[in-house]
Ligand binder design. Structure first.
Ligand SMILES: O=C[C@H](O)COP(=O)(O)O
Length: 251
C-alpha cells in the first residue's frame, strides 16, 4: 500500500527564529499515524530543525542539493553534507529550480543519481506551464520530464522515489488544478510508470499534488484515487493551516 504524504516546502522563507517558532508550534501537534509529514526549511536551518524534531514523527527534508558529492562549487550544498546533519530526503526538480536556476532534465537526472548513490530519498517534481496546458500538450511535457530526468533509474531504486505533480500555473497563484485535473494527470503518470517499469512499481509509488493546496481544498484533491498527498508551499508556513491539511487527510 502506498504512503500518504504531506510535505511542506518552506522555500526561501523563515530565518532561524521564525523557523524555531514554526517548529515549536508543529511539535505540539499530534501527527496522524497514517500520514508521513515532512517539512523542508532552508539550508541554514536544517541542522537546527533536524535536532529539534529528532524525537518527533515529522521528517526534516532538504529543498535541493548539488549534483556532485564534493568539490569547488562555491555556494553549493552536497548530498553527503545533508546526510551529515541527518537529512535523508531531498526535493529535486521543483519548477522554481527549473525556471530560475536553469535546472534542465539532464542536470536533474544527475542529481537524482547522486541522491540515490548517497542513500537519499527523492521527491521528484514535474509539471507543465500554462501555455503547455492550453496547447493540450501537458501529458507530453510531463512524460518527457519523467523520461529524461527519472526513468533512467533501476527498478530497485523506485522505493526511494516520491513523485510530485506541480502544474506551474497553480504554484503560488491561488489557482489550483481541479481534483479531476489532478487525478487525470496522476493516473496518466501511474500508467506511464507501469508501462516503462512494472504495474507493481506504479501502484507503490506515492504521487503528491502541489499548487495552491489550502485547508479548504486539500481533502477534495487528496480524496482522488491516485493522489497520495501534497507538496505544500504557502500554507505550510503557518502551523495551523499546515496541520489542518495534514489532519484533513489522516483518518
Ligand atoms: O513546493 C510547493 C509548491 O510549489 C506549491 O506552492 P504553493 O502551495 O505556495 O502553491
Amino acid at each position: 500500500m502506498r504512503k500518504k504524504i504531506v510535505a511542506g516546502n518552506w522555500k526561501m522563507n523563515n530565518d532561524l527564529s521564525q523557523t524555531q517558532d514554526l517548529l515549536a508550534s508543529l511539535k505540539t501537534q499530534v501527527i496522524p499515524e497514517d500520514v508521513s509529514v515532512m517539512v523542508g526549511p532552508s539550508f541554514t536551518n536544517l541542522y537546527q530543525a533536524f535536532q529539534s524534531l529528532k524525537d518527533h514523527p515529522i521528517e526534516v527534508i532538504a529543498q535541493n542539493m548539488h549534483q556532485s558529492s564534493e568539490g569547488a562549487y562555491t555556494g553549493e550544498v552536497s548530498a553527503p553534507m545533508l546526510r551529515s546533519v541527518g537529512i535523508t530526503t531531498v526535493i529535486l526538480g521543483h519548477s522554481e529550480r527549473r525556471a530560475y536556476f536553469n535546472e534542465n532534465d539532464a542536470l536533474l537526472a544527475e542529481k537524482v543519481n547522486t541522491a540515490l548513490d548517497n542513500d537519499m530519498k527523492v521527491i521528484f517534481c514535474f509539471g507543465e506551464e500554462l501555455d503547455e496546458r492550453k496547447a493540450n500538450n501537458h501529458f507530453n511535457i510531463v512524460k518527457s520530464q519523467l523520461e529524461k530526468g527519472l526513468f533512467h533509474i533501476s527498478k530497485e531504486h523506485w522505493s526511494n522515489i516520491v513523485l510530485a505533480y506541480e502544474p506551474v500555473w497553480a504554484i503560488g497563484t491561488g489557482e489550483t488544478a481541479s481534483p479531476e485535473q489532478a487525478q487525470e494527470m496522476h493516473s496518466f503518470v501511474r500508467k506511464t510508470i507501469a508501462s516503462e517499469y512494472t504495474s507493481q512499481i506504479a501502484e507503490n509509488v506515492s504521487i503528491l499534488y502541489g499548487g495552491s493546496v489550502k485547508p479548504n481544498n486539500a481533502a477534495e484533491i487528496f480524496g482522488k484515487e491516485d493522489v497520495d498527498g501534497g507538496l505544500i508551499g504557502g500554507a505550510a508556513l503557518d502551523a495551523q493551516s499546515f496541520m489542518a491539511i495534514v489532519n484533513g487527510f489522516g483518518k
